[in-house]
Design a binder for this molecule. Structure first.
Ligand code: P1T
Length: 381
């Protein structure tokens, strides 16, 4: 294979070589649980699909290349990957986590794993605080950047440099930017995670997760846990993600183009109190966003004037935007984090980070942006 392929080539070609047996240009779906051995223990690298599957191998090769990583591992959901990672850490470990993360991640940490670890949720954009907490000792720091749903941006390189001094591993959930706009490993992070459910698959028809790393020990530990616990991704889902991923570069460009127009439109609207989009000059970390990311993505958060009732009326009126959880698909979605994706975060915690009842989150799709703006206009009216 030609070395140093560019992103738009990698999504199509890495792990995508024609089938050796037949020449099929598209990868076969190896819909099998098991593989024949020629003698006990003698096989072609595949024994049982919980541990390995050729369709999944192709996807993992592709994913590793997109984050410039040596290793990738996929799971049946984003949270399944987060769970495997938590199982890897020694009991009693101190875990630092950003104070604004996906509600399901918060729930996993504060319920399932709360007795095993000592969690501390901190504002990771406050670097004095981060430095102090890191030097107190921790097993890991878990960052979402931009965060879900406030879109706060943390300086990955700065935190990684500080963490290295204290021997703390840096994990970055890169779901919102996708590998097209941001590569945390290149900035010093130890492990990057993704919900494949979102931009990477891009068609809202698969739930999946992944991690990429250059650290063999971490990969080996997570692979062993995946095989022992069992949340492997299915051959068909792996194939669907391989299919969706081919257009990741071109989709991300369009998500961003549409989101920029919508964010500018909303910022001028009289019924909108505030808009948060990393590409707007008004974003508190706009300069960092320009430096750390190669684009600003498709997610927009905005605050409607008038509180819960005004938000509810607006969300009931949109027609093209589906009122639904999730993000990153070709279709536009809209949701109310306080009632939907972040309902498992207690109200006082939500409000302390700014997830108020008039906050609306938009996942901008790749439709014609004029139609999307017309829909927002009639619903705001
Ligand atoms: O849904 P799942 O594939 O398990 O991924 C969980 C997850 C992890 N990380 C981030 C940043 C996420 O946004 C998610 C899932 N988020 C939603 C379903 C949502 O609507 O925000």
């Amino acid at each position: 294979m030609i070395k140093d392929l560019k992103f738009a080539t990698k999504v199509i070609h890495v792990g995508g070589e024609p089938d050796k047996e037949t020449g099929a240009v598209m990868p076969p779906i190896y819909q099998t649980t098991t593989y024949a051995q020629t003698s006990p223990g003698k096989h072609k690298g595949y024994e049982y699909t919980r541990s390995h599957n050729p369709t999944r191998t192709r996807l993992e090769q592709n994913l590793a290349s997109l984050e410039n990583a040596k290793y990738a591992l996929t799971t049946s959901s984003g949270l399944a990957m987060t769970s495997l990672i938590m199982h890897m850490l020694p009991k009693g470990s101190k875990i630092l986590c950003g104070d604004d993360v996906y509600g399901g991640t918060y729930r996993l940490f504060t319920t399932v794993f709360q007795d095993k670890f000592d969690f501390e949720f901190i504002d990771t954009t406050n670097y004095e605080l981060v430095e102090r907490k890191l030097s107190d000792g921790a097993a890991m720091i878990w960052l979402e950047t931009p965060t879900n749903p406030i879109l706060k941006i943390t300086d990955i390189k700065r935190v990684s440099d500080l963490a290295k001094k204290s021997g703390v591993k840096v994990y970055v959930d890169n779901t919102f930017m996708s590998p097209y706009f941001q590569n945390p490993l290149d900035l010093g992070a130890d492990v990057v995670t993704h919900s494949l459910t979102k931009y990477i698959n891009g068609h809202s028809d698969v739930v999946g997760g992944a991690m990429m790393t250059n650290d063999k020990e971490t990969y080996d530990s997570l692979f062993t846990l995946q095989n022992s616990i069992g949340p492997s991704s299915s051959p068909f889902d792996s194939w669907l993600v391989l299919r969706g991923i081919k257009t990741l570069a071109i989709r991300m460009q369009k998500h961003q183009e549409n989101a920029t127009k919508i964010a500018n439109y909303l910022e001028k609207h009289e019924k909108v109190e505030k808009v948060v989009y990393p590409g707007l000059e008004s974003h508190p970390q706009h300069e960092l966003a320009k430096k750390q990311m190669s684009g600003f993505g498709g997610m927009i958060t905005f605050f409607i004037k008038g509180g819960l009732e005004a938000s509810r009326t607006f969300l009931e009126k949109v027609e093209l935007f589906a009122l639904a959880e999730s993000l990153g698909g070709v279709e536009s979605l809209i949701e109310h984090p306080a009632i939907m994706t972040h309902a498992s975060v207690p109200k006082e915690v939500r409000e302390s980070v700014g997830i108020t009842d008039n906050l609306v989150r938009v996942s901008t799709g790749i439709e014609d942006v004029d139609d999307l703006i017309a829909d927002l206009e009639q619903a705001l009216k």
